[in-house]
Every structure is written in C-alpha cells, then in structure tokens.
Design a protein around this ligand. Structure first.
Ligand code: 13P
Length: 251
C-alpha cells in the first residue's frame, strides 16, 4: 500500500550559486505548486551555505527545505562537519543521509549512515535515508540483500523511531545516467523494503518510500502510480523549475 500524500524532494547536489538559485526559486514560486499541495508535499535539499536564503525565499510557499547530509555528532571538534541543530536553526526540515555519492566517494558505512539518521532525528530533522544497489550488485542478483543490509543498520539503530524517517530507494545505476528503473523494477524493491519495515513493526503507512534515479516529467507519473512508491528524490530535473514542477504535479 502507499501513503495517500506523495513527497517530492529535489536534491540540488553541489550545483547552484546565489544568482542561479534565485532564478530557480523564482521559477518554482511562479509554478504555483499550491494546487498540488493536497496531494504532494514538496521540498528541496540544498548545499549548506544556501539553507538560510532558500528557507527565506520559500517561507510563504508550500515548499520545505532540507540539507544533503548531516553530521552523526551533535557538536564538538569535528572540523568541516555540520550538525543537525545548525541545519534546523536555519529552518530546514529534512536531511538526506547515506546518498550513494556519499557512501561511495566518502566511504560512508551503513552504520555511519544509521548514526547520521539518529542524529538528524535527535536534532529535530526528518532524515531521508538513501539505499540502493550498484549495477554489479543487481546483475549478481544481490539487490534485495544489499538494500536489506543498508536498511537493517537503520532499523537496529533507530528502534521505534524508525517510524519517523523517510526512505529513498536510489539504484546507483539509475542516478544521473538517464536509465530509470522500470516502474516494475522500482515497485518490486519498494515492496521488499516495505515488508522489511513491517517486519520491524513499523506501520506500513508511516514511512514514505521515495524512488530516485533519473526521474523526469515524462516518467514520473508511471513511477508514482506504483502501489509502494510514495514519491521521488529528484536530482538533475530538480534544477529546472519547469521540470521539477511538472514532476510535483505528476504526483
Ligand atoms: P538524478 O535524478 O539526476 O538521476 O539523481 C537522482 C539522485 O541522486 C537524487 O538524490
């Protein structure tokens, strides 16, 4: 089963500038997403330095703001890290944790990702926990085993708080490649993840399961129509106001 309201989240990654952001936000505000508000919540996850400005620009809109990472620590001598409390203080609501780009380029382990999710929750943020297999893992028939292992660290670390997270399934081979998982492939993994959550005593209706990986205006509706897909985590298409708005409307 899927949740009645979809969640559409843009992940700007390391793109933007103050001028480019202003242009993009103008486009998003002009797209008037209020009409889709009853059916979809919308958020954008932006680079840390822009959090304050983006929150201010979107304060009268239906869009929320998040960060793309957060420290596993609350505070202390962790040079270069940004805590959940800092992100929260700037008005953000969400924090992506465990994006595959961080797992692979920054060697983030399943346990570190789970600790980041825990820290985000403790600091008043909703973690968007990313899981997903590489192409080699899919070809080896390991998709379920990989996402189950990634999710298990979060289940074991959060306990009952698991019900307060968002999970995003992002097959690594579909990110930025233009190769989307077919709606059937995505649905199969989402149903599997839902079953893992239910087995961990989390009500099927409480954790939104987002799909991410080359979601575009022309494939969004079909993906979001799947019974266990509760929305999307959008990379490249979230940098174009018209495309991101069209994806939100598809929900
Ligand atoms: P693309 O939509 O560019 O494939 O990126 C997906 C993603 O990684 C979102 O977090």
């Amino acid at each position: 089963m899927s949740l009645s309201k979809k969640l559409i989240v843009g992940n700007w990654k390391m793109h933007g500038s103050r001028a480019a952001n202003a242009e993009l936000l103008k486009g998003l505000l002009g797209a008037d997403l209020k009409g889709s508000a009853p059916r979809a919540s919308v958020a954008v996850c932006v680079p840390f330095p822009y959090l304050g400005e983006v929150v201010a620009a979107l304060q009268d809109s239906v869009m929320a703001v998040g960060s793309q990472d957060v420290s596993a620590h609350a505070h202390g001598a962790y040079t270069g890290e940004v805590s959940g409390a800092m992100v929260r203080e700037f008005g953000a609501v969400y924090a992506i944790v465990g994006h595959s780009e961080r797992r692979s380029y920054h060697a983030e382990s399943d346990q570190l990702v789970a600790d980041k999710a825990k820290a985000a929750l403790a600091q008043g943020l909703v973690p968007i926990v990313c899981v997903g297999e590489t192409l080699a893992e899919r070809d080896a028939g390991q998709t379920d085993a990989v996402v189950a292992r990634q999710l298990k660290a979060v289940i074991d670390t959060l306990g009952v708080d698991l019900a307060r997270v968002v999970v995003a399934y992002e097959p690594v081979w579909a990110i930025g490649t233009g190769k989307t998982a077919s709606p059937e492939q995505a649905q199969a993994v989402h149903a599997f993840l839902r079953a893992q959550l239910v087995a961990a005593q989390v009500s099927a209706a409480s954790v939104p399961l987002l799909y991410g990986g080359s979601v575009k205006p022309d494939n969004a509706a079909e993906l979001f129509a799947q019974p266990d897909i509760d929305g999307g985590l959008i990379g490249g298409a979230s940098l174009k106001a018209a495309d991101f708005a069209a994806i939100a409307r598809a929900a």
